[in-house]
Ligand binder design. Structure first.
Ligand code: MG
Length: 384
């Protein structure tokens, strides 16, 4: 029996690589539905080659046009369309490769439909971690991490006893500006920020890597996914990005997962878990690499990582506020409306203001309201 798969955010960086893996292993998987945003050409290229029962696009106009062109596929559109795709019967796994807060409701809906999720949408785990994990437990749904660090931790936890974990060690490449000091950061441009030294990813996450907000979110994501206290989650600099993360146990043994920097590895593992199968990815040659290097994090150089820990400790609706602020700030940076360092300033200020609307155990509605509140605050800050 083939595993029946739905991919949300299929035209994005992780999404398109997920589709690659699924096409390479057509003997194991049936792609039942794909959702794309505005890159409709991606969906058309797929439909020209492969059959597809269901698909979703973001805009109504695209929906009207594409459903004429491919009458054998049933189309949906918009945020409701994502809910329709995660409500389909007989699906084995939803790959949530959406980017941003928009991924939250489809995650929750897939869980309610008792469908396992390969999750690369970290924002839904950051903003509403408790709600997502509680629901996953209630419906007995597996959330398999796709983020390379969390996939590594997930793998290094297997075959061990959870309570023996001493700490999680998340590795960080340092992003595009790891060699620059704070002064030099004042002048960096959007083009500079979009050049990641190791990973080829979408624009938002590449900027988040340069600010280290991404690593901060990964700390929160690890806390949520693995239920490990923040005091037991460390981040270290590892520029080669070969060790994807590690787990240290009470006997001080450290187990690491290594691999070339190719997102198709963690994507494929999430799809085939617990099996491991062949792929066309490069082989890791440690002798060619010669050395792996490590450094401790300079939290003054990367203050957003520090902020993520602080926000994580506070919990409640604060991660949703930070996520909302950051998403809006990064959009503004990508539209050339604010500078690189403004992203930091805005995140700090919105978190400071957010403490006034702190909610310890927010409902889903309060999480959504906190995210919207943060977005509004960012706009107020830049317009004053
Ligand atoms: Mg990552």
């Amino acid at each position: 029996m083939k595993k029946r798969i739905v991919v949300l955010g299929a035209s994005g960086s992780v999404g398109s690589q997920t589709v690659d893996v699924l096409i390479q292993h057509q003997d194991m998987f049936e792609v039942v539905a794909l959702a794309v945003g505005q890159k409709v050409y991606f969906l058309e290229a797929y439909l020209d080659k492969y059959p597809l029962k269901y698909a979703c696009v973001q805009l109504y106009d695209d929906y009207v046009r594409i459903k004429e062109k491919y009458p054998d596929t049933r189309f949906f559109y918009g945020d409701d369309g994502l809910i329709s795709l995660t409500s389909l019967e007989n699906i084995d796994m939803v790959c949530n490769c959406l980017q941003g807060f928009v991924g939250l409701l489809p995650t929750l809906n897939a869980i309610e439909h008792r469908c396992d999720i390969a999750i690369s949408n970290k924002e839904s785990l950051v903003a509403a971690g408790n709600i997502v994990m509680e629901k996953a437990r209630l419906y007995k749904v597996n959330l398999i991490p796709v983020d390379s660090e969390h996939s590594a931790i997930f793998q290094t936890m297997r075959g061990n006893v959870r309570k023996d974990i001493k700490k999680l060690i998340i590795t960080a490449s340092g992003g595009a500006f790891r060699h620059l000091n704070r002064k030099q950061l004042e002048k960096v441009t959007k083009q500079d920020a979009l050049k990641h030294p190791r990973w080829n990813m979408g624009a938002k996450i590449t900027v988040d890597s340069a600010t280290m907000m991404n690593k901060g979110f990964e700390v929160i994501e690890a806390h949520v996914l693995f239920d490990i206290p923040y005091q037991q989650i460390d981040v270290i600099m590892h520029p080669e990005s070969i060790i994807h993360s590690m787990t240290e146990y009470s006997d001080k043994s450290v187990i690491a997962q290594l691999g070339v920097t190719d997102m198709r590895l963690p994507i494929q593992y999430a799809l085939t878990f617990p099996r491991r199968i062949f792929n066309s990815s490069e082989e890791l040659s440690l002798t060619e690499l010669g050395a792996l290097t490590f450094k401790s994090i300079d939290y003054e150089r990367f203050p957003l990582l520090d902020l993520a820990y602080a926000v994580g400790y506070l919990g409640g609706n604060m991660p949703a506020i930070l996520n909302g602020a950051n998403e809006t700030a990064v959009d503004l940076f990508l539209e050339d409306k604010i500078s690189f360092l403004d992203i930091e300033k805005i995140n700090f200020e919105v978190v400071r203001l957010g403490k006034e609307i702190y909610i310890e155990s927010p409902t889903l509605e309060e999480i959504i309201a906190s995210n919207d509140w943060a977005e509004k605050k960012v706009k107020e800050i830049i317009n004053r």
